[in-house]
Design a protein around this ligand. Structure first.
Ligand code: ATP
Ligand code: MG
Length: 325
């Protein structure tokens, strides 16, 4: 589908989504809401069993929500199923998305026909997509001889045959080697940036999410625990908790070391460098000022003070462990 700037509806609008599977104590997904615009990539993150796949399946119209709604370019995936499906391409976790005894090329022609893509358009698009995912040289080989990574790339190509506006990818780089994962990553970024697709992907690879996602939604036990632009999420976390490293310019006397350890039990002291360095996580600037003043009073010289930026993984761990009910 063409996308144009006059479109006012977001590409994807998920509102108050809930799924209560029969005989389960807790809903698998509860009160999940978010929207996504053209060209934006959202990473849906959460520990095992958090509700990611259930959410993706509800967006794809494959699991019926117990409550709430999903609209894709304004169309309800349940009420206006056919129209909505034209806008959605999905590659689901562990699903057999391909026919093993057919070649890559035949698979694309088959799935394109299922999606009612006109034959001439289909051939051209299939060619283009094979190039996009780097499988053109293998297009006549049977898919059963493909590696896991090649199958995954072909599954993504197949999901794009009808030129959907919204692409849903459940763990697209699972089990892929570094090279294959990079191709998938580049392809996904390209689809959002250059072709204006809205993309929702789930992953357990925080570094991948940090590199590709414009927005992060963290789900834990079915509920939202964070929803923000990736940069904002990291910045906010960094405001409240920073890892600071103080390198010293002389060795510590044993009394100085004992004093430090007693006053700052959370301080980690490493002697890896020429002289010791102190690492601690601080929640406010005052803590750092106190530490520096302590060092100053004790006559301990400071060489450098550096902040280490939090990674998405740190934020994720902090959001999904401990305190939540
Ligand atoms: N068909 C089903 N019937 C009953 N319960 C289910 C069904 N599918 C999933 N669940 C439950 O719903 C919860 C969420 O599962 P879901 O597959 O959505 O998690 P996930 O975030 O995708 O996890 P993972 O990271 O392991 O893929 C889990 O407690 C799971 O056991
Ligand atoms: Mg899953």
């Amino acid at each position: 589908m063409e996308h144009s700037s006059v479109d006012t509806a977001p590409y994807l609008a998920v509102r108050n989504l809930r799924k209560q599977y029969p005989k389960q104590a807790q809903p698998a997904v509860d009160e999940v809401s978010f929207t996504l615009a053209s060209g934006r990539l959202l990473a849906l993150l959460g520990p095992n069993g958090a509700g990611k796949t259930t959410t993706i399946k509800m967006i794809a119209g494959l699991v019926l929500p117990s409550f709430g709604e999903v609209r894709v370019l304004g169309q309800d995936v349940i009420q206006q199923r056919q129209a909505a499906m034209r806008h959605i391409g999905a590659v689901l976790e562990g699903a057999r998305n391909l026919y093993w005894r057919l070649s890559a090329w035949e698979n694309l022609l088959y799935f394109g026909a299922v999606r009612l893509v006109p034959p001439r358009v289909l051939r051209q698009r299939a060619e283009e997509l094979l190039h996009l995912v780097g499988l053109h040289d293998d297009k006549d080989r049977e898919v059963r001889h493909f590696s896991r990574g090649m199958q995954q790339k072909l599954a993504i190509a197949a999901a794009l045959l009808h030129d959907p506006d919204l692409l849903l990818l459940d763990e697209p780089t699972l089990e892929l080697d570094v090279e294959a994962a990079r191709v998938v990553e580049k392809t996904v970024i390209n689809l959002a940036r250059e072709r204006g697709k809205a993309i929702v992907l789930t992953t357990h690879q925080m570094d991948l999410a940090e590199r590709v996602a414009d927005e992060i939604f963290v789900i834990h036990r079915g509920r939202q625990v964070a929803y923000a632009e990736t940069n904002q999420l990291l910045q906010e976390y960094n405001l409240h908790r920073q890892t600071v490293q103080v390198s010293l310019c002389a060795p510590l006397a044993s009394q100085q070391l004992a004093d430090l350890q007693q006053t700052y039990p959370a301080l980690s002291i490493s002697g890896n460098g020429r002289f010791p360095s102190l690492t601690c996580t601080i929640d406010e600037q005052a803590t750092l000022v106190q530490l520096l003043a302590h060092l100053d009073r004790a006559g301990i010289g400071i060489e450098t003070v550096s902040y280490q930026r939090a990674r998405l993984e740190d934020v994720f761990v902090s959001l999904t462990t401990g305190a939540q009910p």
